[in-house]
Design a protein around this ligand. Structure first.
Ligand code: ADP
Length: 204
């Protein structure tokens, strides 16, 4: 856990609550946290799912690994400590989006169970929907969407998850999606059905 440096700071409560925001939006808020190997399908699913939610009038926002590393987390690399800090910051941002009444979709490898559990801990009950985007490393490597597995095999990328760095699969995710055995549409549909069932978004 990162220590708090500042003292004498007090939480300031606004007059518009999350419940007010959810009411005006016509749906509840949460964070759909996609975790899985590089190339497992996190970004693809986030984009497809967002489109489907958007068509229903659901307010969404995607937090995507590479994009966040261009800005907020540009000072972080891929060491275990930096990966932990990366996820801590993203967790805090996702929490803010959720508080803003939005369905936040996050697409980060987030390989360490303890880091994901820490995000779960800072979020409200039911706000953290952990989705294991499950795909065998062989299939991810075959897809090699960004050519990263090839580089990792050649030793050009150190600490590459699934090859030379660990991936700790969730033990009790809200959902597991097997992207090697189903289409992108089926994967999104599975998450959508969960969000409907939990009353987070209205049924179509
Ligand atoms: P990640 O964000 O996890 O690194 P990407 O979404 O960038 O992965 O790449 C996943 C690749 O796998 C894409 O080329 C996508 O078209 C393909 N794919 C095949 N089946 C699926 C599926 N069911 N869900 C998501 N992606 C899939």
């Amino acid at each position: 856990m990162t220590e708090q440096k500042a003292t004498n700071i007090v939480w300031h409560q606004g007059s518009v609550t999350r419940a007010d925001r959810e009411k005006i939006n016509g749906h509840k808020a949460c964070t759909v946290w996609l975790t899985g190997l590089s190339g497992s399908g996190k970004s693809t699913i986030a984009v497809d799912l967002e489109k489907r939610l958007w068509e229903r009038g659901v307010k969404t926002y995607i937090l995507d690994g590479d994009n966040i590393r261009h800005g907020l987390n540009k000072n972080l690399g891929f060491s275990p400590e930096d990966r932990t800090e990366n996820i801590r910051r993203i967790g805090e941002v996702a929490k803010l989006f959720t508080d803003a009444g939005v369905v936040a979709l996050t697409a980060f490898i987030s390989p360490y169970r303890a880091d994901r559990d820490q995000v779960r801990k800072i979020m409200g009950d039911g706000d953290f929907v952990e989705v294991h985007v499950d795909c065998p490393v062989e299939v991810c490597e075959q897809r090699d969407v960004k050519g990263l597995y090839k580089k990792a095999r050649a030793g050009e990328i150190k600490e590459f998850t699934g090859i030379s760095a660990p991936y700790e699969a969730p033990t009790k995710p809200e959902l597991t999606i097997n992207t090697a055995g189903q289409t992108v549409a089926e994967s999104s549909q599975q998450i959508l059905a969960y969000l409907e069932q939990k009353g987070i978004v209205p049924r179509a």
